[in-house]
Design a binder for this molecule. Structure first.
Ligand SMILES: CC(C)(COP(=O)(O)OP(=O)(O)OC[C@H]1O[C@@H](n2cnc3c(N)ncnc32)[C@H](O)[C@@H]1OP(=O)(O)O)[C@@H](O)C(=O)NCCC(=O)NCCSC(=O)c1cc(O)c2ccccc2c1O
Length: 262
């Protein structure tokens, strides 16, 4: 059965559903509709008995996902939900789908894109991929999954460095800090991902589902911090300080936050 989406591609290959964010002109940044499509696609994959694992990726070779679409961000984003994006629903769903989700990191994974990698069960990166957080540079923050779960994955000092300094890390550095499981040459990315989806297709789905739930149970209180932080971000987005970050990115200049120091 063909499924119509505007912002993603949905394809079942073997026993895996591949969800590809298809907005290469904005480096696969997401707007409200992109998240609606991803949510629908994940539900499709969850309910498809032929699907035993899910691949999340971005179109082209430049970007996996660069987070919220800054051109669709005027105080709030352009969709539904607390900040105009059903981001809490998508992030929760990535954890709730009882099937392993592999991030196929084909390029930049920045901001909310990096949070998606953090949330996925597994991640394989092309050697050309680059990862990082930009929140304090662009007037945003994704606290909860973006911070507390990241700290579990890479360690607290590293997570603080990533969020405070906003450097861009290579795929090899991401591997060393435990943010991705494997790095392969870009030309071998699809083969590496397919090999893992084939292996997962041979494993007991019920055992995998129990394992995923058990890993989740240990960190699920972070969901509460995420929900709380989303409301904090909504208040922050209404400030001139946050708007300076968004405007600076869209105007391709450095932000000037000096006057906001308390
Ligand atoms: C990814 C980059 C580091 C690439 O830099 P580079 O210099 O190589 O290229 P350009 O900057 O010129 O980008 C090329 C091209 O793509 C457009 N683009 C890139 N990212 C975005 C984006 N996110 N939105 C819109 N457009 C984007 C860029 O404008 C260029 O277009 P041209 O037409 O001019 O060619 C660098 O681009 C970068 O740092 N991008 C990320 C910018 C960003 O601000 N991302 C959002 C961060 S905030 C966020 O993601 C976020 C998401 C959430 O879901 C949240 C949920 C809850 C709370 C907070 C959240 C949150 O903060």
């Amino acid at each position: 059965m063909a499924h119509e989406f505007s912002d993603i591609l949905y394809e079942v290959k073997g026993r895996a559903a591949w969800l590809t964010i298809n907005r290469p002109k904005v480096y696969n940044a997401f707007r409200g509709q992109t998240l609606e499509d991803l949510i629908k696609g994940l539900h499709l994959a969850w309910n498809d008995k032929n699907v035993s694992s899910i691949v999340l990726t971005g179109a082209g070779d430049k970007a996996f996902c660069t987070g919220g679409d800054q051109s669709a961000h005027e105080g709030n984003y352009d969709g539904r939900g607390v900040v105009g994006l059903p981001i809490d629903e998508l992030q929760g769903l990535i954890r709730d789908v009882p099937k392993p989700i592999i991030a196929r990191v084909n390029g930049f994974a920045i901001g909310g894109g990096n949070v998606l990698v953090t949330l996925c069960d597994l991640a394989i990166a092309a050697d050309t991929a680059k990862m990082g957080q930009v929140g304090p540079k662009v007037g945003s923050f994704d606290a909860g999954w973006g911070t507390a779960l990241l700290a579990r994955v890479v360690g607290e000092k590293k997570a603080r460095e990533i969020w405070y300094l906003n450097e861009t890390y290579t795929a090899q550095q991401a591997l060393e800090m435990g943010l991705v499981n494997k790095v392969v040459p870009q030309a071998e990315l699809d083969d590496a991902v397919t090999k893992w989806t084939e292996t997962l297709g041979e494993r007991s789905p019920t055992a995998l589902a129990f394992l995923k739930r058990s890993f989740n149970a240990d960190s699920d209180q972070i969901r509460g911090i995420s929900n709380l932080a989303l409301h904090a971000v909504k208040l922050y987005y209404a400030t001139d300080e946050s708007k300076e970050g968004v405007n600076a990115f869209n105007e391709k200049r450095k932000p000037d936050f000096h006057k906001y120091v308390d």
